[in-house]
Write a protein that binds this ligand. Structure first.
Ligand code: AMP
Length: 198
C-alpha cells in the first residue's frame, strides 16, 4: 500500500460514566495509541464517559486533541478545558465539523448518541458521499446486534450487499489503527468533498 492519508481520527463513543471499567480503560488505551501514532483525535468535546477517558489519555500522552461541543452540552457533558475545543451552535454543526476534520472514524461502544452518529456516517458511505474508513471496536461482540440488523436489511434486499464491506470490525484496541490504515483512501483527493453532503 502507498502513502495513506490518515492524520486525524474521529472517535464516536459513549458519554456514560457508568460504563464498565474495562470499556473506559479501552477508550483510554485508544487515546494513548492515537497519541503514539501521531494521529490527532477529533471528538465530541466532553469530559464524560468513554469520550472523556479517550481524550484525557490522548492529551496526557502528548497527542493532539480537538473537541467539538454544542453550547447547550458544555455543562452536561463537562467540556474538557485542557484540550482545544470548538463550541458550536447545534448537534448538526458538531457532527459536520467532526466529519470534515477527520480522515477516519472509530466507533467504540456507546449508546443512542453513538448509534445516531455512526448510522448517519454509514448512510453517507452507502450514498458514496465519502470514502473515509470506519472501524468498530467490538469487544465481546458488543456491536453484533447492529451488524445483524444491517445484514437483515441486506437479506430483505433493502441494502446492497456491498454495504457490509464499508466498515471493519476489530476485537482489540491495538487492531484499530492498522484497520483504519488499511481502509484509508490513498492520495490527496481520496475523500469526497463534504460539500456534496450539504
Ligand atoms: P451516547 O452514545 O448516547 O452516550 O452519546 C454519545 C455522544 O453522542 C454524546 O456526546 C452525545 O451528545 C452525542 N450525540 C448524540 N446525538 C447526536 C447528534 N444528533 N449529533 C451530534 N452528536 C450527538
Amino acid at each position: 500500500m502507498g502513502d495513506t492519508r490518515l492524520d486525524s481520527v474521529c472517535v464516536f463513543c459513549g458519554s456514560s460514566d457508568a460504563a464498565a471499567p474495562a470499556l473506559l480503560a479501552s477508550a483510554a488505551d485508544l487515546g494513548r495509541i492515537l497519541a503514539r501514532e501521531g494521529l490527532a483525535l477529533i471528538y465530541g468535546g466532553g469530559g464524560v464517559g468513554l469520550m472523556g477517558a479517550c481524550a484525557k489519555a490522548a492529551h496526557e500522552a502528548g497527542g493532539q486533541v480537538l473537541g467539538i461541543i454544542p453550547h447547550f452540552l458544555k455543562e452536561r457533558e463537562r467540556r474538557l478545558d485542557i484540550v482545544e475545543t470548538v463550541v458550536v451552535d447545534s448537534m448538526h454543526e458538531r457532527k459536520m465539523m467532526m466529519f470534515e476534520r477527520a480522515d477516519g472514524f472509530v466507533v467504540l461502544p456507546g449508546g443512542i448518541g453513538t448509534l445516531e452518529e455512526v448510522v448517519e456516517l454509514l448512510s453517507w458511505r452507502r450514498l458514496d458521499l465519502h470514502g473515509k474508513p470506519v472501524v468498530f471496536y467490538n469487544p465481546g461482540g458488543f456491536w453484533e446486534p447492529l451488524f445483524a440488523l444491517f445484514q437483515h436489511t441486506v437479506d430483505q434486499n433493502l441494502t446492497p450487499p456491498s454495504f457490509m464491506a464499508s466498515w471493519a470490525s476489530v476485537d482489540t484496541v491495538e487492531a484499530i489503527v492498522p484497520a483504519l490504515r488499511r481502509g484509508a483512501p490513498e492520495g490527496e483527493d481520496a475523500a469526497s468533498d463534504v460539500a456534496q453532503l450539504t
